[in-house]
Ligand binder design. Structure first.
Ligand code: SAH
Length: 451
């Protein structure tokens, strides 16, 4: 029986897990090992178990190195865990991601269909347009510190440069924390459930203009007016400051209540042919360049015509549907977050679109409530948990001639395709690297109704 702390010698990684860990077999155990690439042999230390047969381990020493191994550029990459592929060439990362999509489709859905090479980025760093940074108190220095969570914990590891974030965001972050420290603002204390600052959220548009959301436990931060003035005069390009109150004991970053402290309630973002206003609680793809590439390909695959009625399901602020409105008869959209739908309807107006209607609600209920609309083409872009089975049932009953499935999780994509494939033929499976250096991969699947 293995125990925590045991060191196993000469373990060979034979594959990658869906989170980019090395996978190895030892007796009846499956080991998931950090920092061991496929084909590498090393000594590994057992960290913890999941059930009787699965153990997580870290690499102590490598005896045989992979030709794809490179030296990581970030000093905290192994502690932070945000980047799973810092030690692998980018080319190999794209291969691993393609294999993952292929494997999930085969294993979960028995789909053996050509998965295209992953569309990657030329410059694959500093693409993230949004950062959500936890703030804590350094008890010794009596000041606020910021950082990234250590893997599987709530400890903070300080960083000054993150390879994924747009550079303007980390410059702004450092300045905002300095200013908060000048005013001796207290951080939120998880244990005592008191204090103020919990997170700082920064989102930038493609011109590096930014929205800052200060997430606080209580609304009454001392000298808040002065703090806001200082931020505005010292942090260039801050166009909006929002105070978000999260007074619950919760891991959810944003609370319900918000108050505008400075500037516009929205950040303006240009994507393809439209301008979008996005408010702090709305979802927006984190990588503009890849988002435009992905949308462009999804729209091509949809092969739209002037008579088509389109559904943009899981629409966020309407970016997919509104990009195609000028090509079709009507666009309907549904999204569960109220603020995102308010943004979507404003985006309909500011882009002078006369043929789009977005409503707030659960995608599944929407299908039941709007039974009379005949959709020709449906775009679905669900969160990681994929489509609900009743939403899929409704799709199968209503039989749109095309479904374009945009997925951020190959396993739930495979699960859903296993059902959809009875009535739909697969036309294309094309992964896009929306999140370079992390284990996440986005995939577009084009589906055509069988005759
Ligand atoms: N298509 C958009 C958003 C994709 S993210 C874009 O490209 O930007 C997925 C979206 O689904 C999120 O905005 C989330 O709020 C929404 N969502 C999650 N569960 C939902 C549900 N049950 N019904 C409708 N929308 C949902």
């Amino acid at each position: 029986m293995l125990k925590v702390g045991d060191v196993l010698k000469n373990i060979e990684a034979i594959d990658y897990s869906s989170e980019g860990l090395g996978v190895a077999k030892f007796e009846h155990y499956t080991l998931f090992i950090s920092s061991l690439l496929k084909g590498e042999v090393g000594d590994v230390e057992i960290l913890y178990f999941k059930g009787k047969d699965i153990a997580f381990a870290k690499t102590k020493k490598i005896h045989k190195f992979s030709p794809h191994r490179i030296t990581p550029l970030c000093p905290i990459h192994s502690a932070c865990g945000g980047c799973s592929f810092q030690t692998v060439t980018y080319e190999e990362e794209l291969n691993i991601k393609r294999d993952k999509v292929k494997k999930d489709l085969l294993k979960i859905a028995h789909i053996d269909f050509e998965v295209k090479d992953v569309v990657g980025m030329k410059n694959y760093h500093h693409y993230r347009n949004k950062i959500e940074i936890p703030i804590k108190e350094d008890k010794r220095k009596k000041c606020l510190i910021y950082g990234l969570y250590r893997k599987n914990s709530h400890d903070i590891i300080s960083f000054s440069h993150c390879l994924l974030a747009k550079e303007c965001l980390e410059v702004a972050l450092a300045k905002v924390v300095d200013i908060l420290n000048n005013y001796r603002v207290k951080a939120y204390d998880e244990q005592r459930h008191d204090g103020f600052i919990r997170h700082l959220v920064l989102r930038a548009n493609e011109r590096d203009e930014m929205m800052l959301t200060i997430v606080t436990k209580d609304d009454n931060i001392p000298q808040l007016d002065k703090i806001v003035k200082d931020i505005v005069s010292n942090v260039p390009n801050i166009k909006s400051i929002v105070l978000n109150i999260q007074d619950k004991k919760s891991n959810v970053i944003l609370g319900e209540k918000e108050r505008l402290l400075f500037g516009d309630k929205y950040l303006s973002v240009q994507l393809l042919n439209n301008k979008y206003e996005v408010s702090s609680k709305s979802f927006l793809q984190v990588n503009y360049l890849m988002c435009e590439k992905l949308y462009t390909r999804a729209i091509e695959l949809a092969n739209l015509s002037k008579d088509d009625v389109v559904l943009d399901a899981y629409s966020g602020i309407g970016t997919i549907g509104l990009s195609v409105a000028n090509k079709v008869k009507h666009v309907y959209g549904v999204e569960i977050v109220k603020d995102a739908i308010e943004d979507a309807n404003m985006n309909v107006k500011i882009n002078n679109i006369g043929n789009a209607s977005y409503v707030c609600g659960d995608a599944r209920e929407y299908m039941l409530n709007y039974r009379d609309i005949k959709f020709d083409v449906v775009f679905v872009d669900p969160p990681r948990k994929g489509l609900s089975s009743s939403f899929i049932d409704s799709l199968l009953k209503r039989k749109p001639k095309k479904i374009i499935y945009i997925s951020c999780n190959p396993s739930t994509l495979a699960r859903d395709l296993a059902i959809l494939k009875d009535k739909y033929n697969i036309e294309a499976i094309e992964p896009f690297d929306m999140f370079p250096r992390t284990y996440h991969v986005e995939t577009i699947v084009g589906l055509i109704l069988k005759k």
